[in-house]
Design a protein around this ligand. Structure first.
Ligand code: PEP
Length: 248
């Protein structure tokens, strides 16, 4: 079995303020060292101050989206090149909230992942089924379809992404996939990656969906769960720190 160092990524979503961010980041920085890699994905306007605060530390930062375009007349969009200039290590792409509220489809998500990688920003590609899809027995089909678009678009670079399995019914609902339910999907995704790239064994597949300090360790103990993408619990330093500790 390959030992993969775990990765815990906070997704702040549309939360934060100068004051709240400073307190949160201070709490995270003060709790180091962690035995896992740790990052925060923050709203675009906070990238600058996050980069300044975290510079010189081992806590990484990133964005929650990026444009599928390199540059041009795309009002409101933020390019991967701009994120790279801010020192972003990661960009989340294909989060279910963007798929649902901004109608982002599999191919657009794949294009975003490609543009990010091209600028040296690692895309965290989110996949996951809705409750209807799970209850209809379609989980495997849905997540494989979502990942397949990315694999085909990235071709030989497919091994450079981070994947996040986030069942939509578990995001922000307090309802978590059991470790066994999550592991089953992670194993499926790992097998799909194996068929596409020689790097599947070292790739990180994160779980996201109501991860909290009291359920993180059991999820992270699963063989194909390499850490977490954390929404709500990443906004409270003590909770986020506890989850980071559970990862290593
Ligand atoms: C997320 O937004 O990626 C997420 C997993 O949210 P939460 O942890 O709040 O369910």
């Amino acid at each position: 079995m390959t030992l993969r160092r775990k990765l815990v990524v906070g997704n702040w979503k549309m939360h934060g303020s100068h004051k709240a961010n400073a307190e949160l980041l201070e709490g995270v920085l003060g709790a180091r060292p962690f035995g896992a890699d740790v990052a925060v994905c923050v709203p675009f306007p906070f990238l600058s101050e996050t980069a300044v605060t975290l510079a010189g530390s081992d806590v990484r930062w990133g964005a929650q989206d990026c444009s599928a375009h390199e540059n041009g007349a795309y009002t409101g969009e933020v390019s991967a090149a701009m994120l790279a200039e801010f020192g972003c290590r990661y960009a989340i792409v294909g989060h279910s909230e963007r798929r649902a509220y901004h109608h982002e489809g599999d191919q657009l998500v794949a294009e975003k992942a490609k543009v990010a990688l091209g600028r040296g920003v690692t895309p965290i590609v989110c996949v996951g089924e809705t409750l209807d899809e799970r209850e209809g027995g379609k989980t495997d089909e849905v997540v494989k379809r979502q990942l397949s678009a990315v694999i085909h678009t990235l071709a030989h670079c497919a091994g450079e992404i981070v994947v996040a399995y986030e069942p939509v019914w578990a995001i922000g609902t307090g309802r978590t996939a059991t470790p066994e339910q999550a592991q089953a999907v992670h194993a499926l995704l790992r097998a799909q990656l194996h068929a596409a790239t020689p790097h599947a064994d070292v790739m990180k597949i994160l779980y996201g969906g109501s991860v909290k300090p009291d359920n993180a360790a059991a999820l992270f103990a699963q063989p194909d769960i390499d850490g977490g993408l954390i929404g709500g619990a990443s906004l409270k330093a003590s909770d986020f720190v506890a989850i980071c500790r559970a990862a290593g």
